[in-house]
Design a protein around this ligand. Structure first.
Ligand code: FE
Ligand code: FE
Length: 175
C-alpha cells in the first residue's frame, strides 16, 4: 500500500498491531498449555488477559482516529507464532521446551515493543496525545512482560542446562 501521509502510516501500523494482538490472543493459551513450569503458565495466562486489553485499547485508538477497527494480517507475528509451533512440535523435554518457549515469547514481546514504540512516536508527532498515551500504556505492559520473562529465564534456563534436565533437577539462581 502506498502511504501518503504519516497519518496513513499510523493507521496501517494500528491495523498491523490489531491483527498481531488478535493472533496472540489465540496463541497464548496454546503456549500456556505447552509450558511445564507453573510460573511460566501463569505468566502466559496473565499476559493473555493483558493482551485482550491491548485489543480493546487498539479499538479505542481506531475510534480516536475516527476510522473503523480493522486489522491487516501481521506477517511478522504469523512467522513468530509458526516458529513457536515448530518448537512445541519438536518433542523437547519439559524444561528445555520451557526455555525455548520463553525465547519465543520474548521475540513476540520485542516485536510488539518496537511496533508500539514506533506507533506511539508517530502519534506524538501528529499531535495525537491521547492516542500516544494509550499506545504508551500498552508499550509499558509489553516491557514489563519481557522483564518478567527474563526473570523466569534465570530459573528455567539453568534447569534446562542440567544434565538430566528433568523437573527434579531444577536449580535456583540465587546470586
Ligand atoms: Fe500486546
Ligand atoms: Fe505482548
Amino acid at each position: 500500500m502506498k502511504e501518503t501521509t504519516l497519518n496513513d502510516l499510523l493507521r496501517d501500523e494500528l491495523k498491523d498491531l490489531y491483527n498481531a494482538e488478535q493472533q496472540m490472543v489465540k496463541a497464548l493459551p496454546k503456549m500456556a498449555k505447552a509450558a511445564d513450569s507453573g510460573d511460566l503458565q501463569a505468566a502466559f495466562e496473565e499476559h493473555l488477559t493483558q493482551t485482550k486489553g491491548h485489543v480493546e485499547r487498539l479499538e479505542q485508538a481506531f475510534d480516536l482516529m475516527g476510522v473503523p477497527a480493522r486489522g491487516k494480517k501481521c506477517q511478522a507475528m504469523h512467522g513468530l507464532i509458526e516458529e513457536g509451533k515448530e518448537l512445541i512440535a519438536e518433542g523437547l523435554s519439559d524444561t528445555v521446551l520451557d526455555a525455548g518457549l520463553i525465547g519465543a515469547a520474548q521475540k513476540v514481546e520485542h516485536y510488539e515493543i518496537a511496533a508500539y514504540g514506533t506507533a506511539r512516536t508517530h502519534a506524538s508527532l501528529l499531535g495525537l496525545s491521547e492516542l500516544a498515551d494509550l499506545l504508551e500504556q500498552t508499550l509499558e505492559e509489553e516491557k514489563q512482560t519481557d522483564a518478567k520473562l527474563s526473570e523466569l529465564a534465570g530459573d528455567i534456563n539453568v534447569a534446562a542446562e542440567a544434565p538430566s534436565n528433568g523437573r527434579s533437577k531444577r536449580v535456583r539462581v540465587t546470586a
